[in-house]
Design a protein around this ligand. Structure first.
Ligand SMILES: *Cc1c(COP(=O)(O)O)cnc(C)c1O
Length: 376
């Protein structure tokens, strides 16, 4: 049997261990230290030097703190894209707040601005103005940010960007992760760069960053003893993880180029197959890091369905995965308000994510191409 080809594997650049050795030599083996500060600074320089970045233990922790800093309280409503990973929505529930899910549109697979506005109007008419909007840039594809930012401004509802999958993606030249009141990045093992596990909160002001770090380090008041006036969390990134992150930042541009190249590879091998669409940018306003490459199969035209391709790949030890199951269809979010039609649901039914790692070799791509050529 051939080696397994994974959907998205960690891909070290080579200098990560230098930063970890440094941490050991200086005994900064703790959730603070020079790697943490320098990794934050690397991210700030990369994204936009006007933003402030707090390195945290995960993207999920970052989203939790974003909601707290924005002021979301128990029973408040928070609008969230339905077509996403559960980590986008779970932190709403951590706070005892209520999600309201919104469907996607077909061009970017992300939040549909029309349903977003319909949801806001209807919630207001029912007497409850949503406290925040969580938009996601799924698989690295930027959402329709002009429209979404405009709606967030017009209704004065703060926007949180879940850019966990979109580090390096841009919309009209602006980096994803810099549009929101607060934005979330993830450095989990499967993301475009990794710290083995970690995340970051991108803030607009120094005050918001300081507040986030205060909450992420157990909310200790200024006092010689341990004094607390607020509930705190243990969400800071460790100096060892941040060392991995510093090494990874040196190769981020290469990782983006490699994943974009995978997307071109899939466009090439599916070009002749009717009924299969490779997910790509709708026009030049969008630049996706193509964290994961995905296809949508119309089984009537293609003559095969996504399960058949999944099975054929699996037989050759190649991983693939259905697109995210929408949150409004998840048992845990049963009876949650939902605005939309069946765009996300159809994507879930007919879509498949294909191996997309930056470490895929030509040999790996040949194996994938062969499965497609021989079976479909
Ligand atoms: C990975 C991911 C998260 C969560 O990040 P973690 O660092 O794994 O907690 C949140 N949202 C989306 C869309 C993700 O893909």
């Amino acid at each position: 049997m051939h080696n397994k080809i994974w959907l998205s594997s960690p891909h070290m650049g080579g200098t990560e261990l230098n930063f970890i050795h440094e941490a050991f030599e200086q005994n900064w083996v703790a959730p603070l230290g020079p790697n943490v500060n320098n990794f934050e600074n690397d991210l700030k320089q990369y994204l936009d030097h006007h933003v402030e970045v707090a390195a945290l233990s995960s993207g999920t922790a970052a989203l939790h703190l974003a909601l707290i800093v924005i002021g979301v309280q128990p029973e408040d409503e928070v609008i969230c894209q339905t077509f996403t990973f559960s980590a986008s929505a779970n932190p709403i529930a951590y706070l005892g707040a209520k999600p309201v899910f919104v469907d996607s549109e077909k061009n970017t697979w992300n939040m549909d601005p029309e349903y977003l506005e319909a949801a806001i109007k209807d919630r207001i008419a029912q007497g409850k103005k949503p406290k925040a909007i969580i938009v996601v840039h799924l698989y690295g594809m930027p959402a329709k940010m002009d429209d979404i930012v405009e709606i967030s401004d017009r209704y004065k509802i703060p926007l949180i960007e879940d850019a966990a999958e979109a580090l390096g993606s841009t919309y009209k030249g602006q980096k994803c992760g810099t549009f929101g009141e607060m934005s979330v990045l993830s450095f989990n093992g499967n993301k475009i760069i990794t710290t083995s596990g970690g995340g970051a909160l991108v803030c607009r002001t120094k005050e918001a960053k300081e507040k986030s770090i205060f909450l992420s380090t157990q909310a200790r008041d200024q006092a010689p003893h341990y004094q607390h006036s607020e509930i705190g969390y243990n969400y800071r990134m460790s100096n060892i993880s941040a060392g991995i992150g510093r090494g990874q930042m040196e190769v981020l541009d290469k990782r983006i180029a490699a994943r974009r190249n995978n997307n071109l590879f899939y466009q090439d091998i599916f070009r002749e197959i009717e009924g299969v669409k490779v997910f790509k940018e709708p026009n030049d306003d969008y630049f996706s890091n193509h964290w994961l490459s995905a296809i949508e199969i119309d089984p009537n035209t293609a003559g095969f369905c996504r399960q058949e391709l999944h099975t054929a790949l699996k037989k050759e030890n190649i991983e693939s995965r259905p697109l995210w199951k929408p949150m409004h269809l998840q048992p845990v979010f049963e009876n949650t308000p939902y605005y939309g039609e069946n765009v996300a649901e159809e994507l879930f039914n007919n879509g498949l994510c294909l191996p997309s790692g930056s470490s895929l070799t030509d040999e790996d791509r040949e194996r994938i191409k062969k499965v497609v050529a021989e079976n479909f």
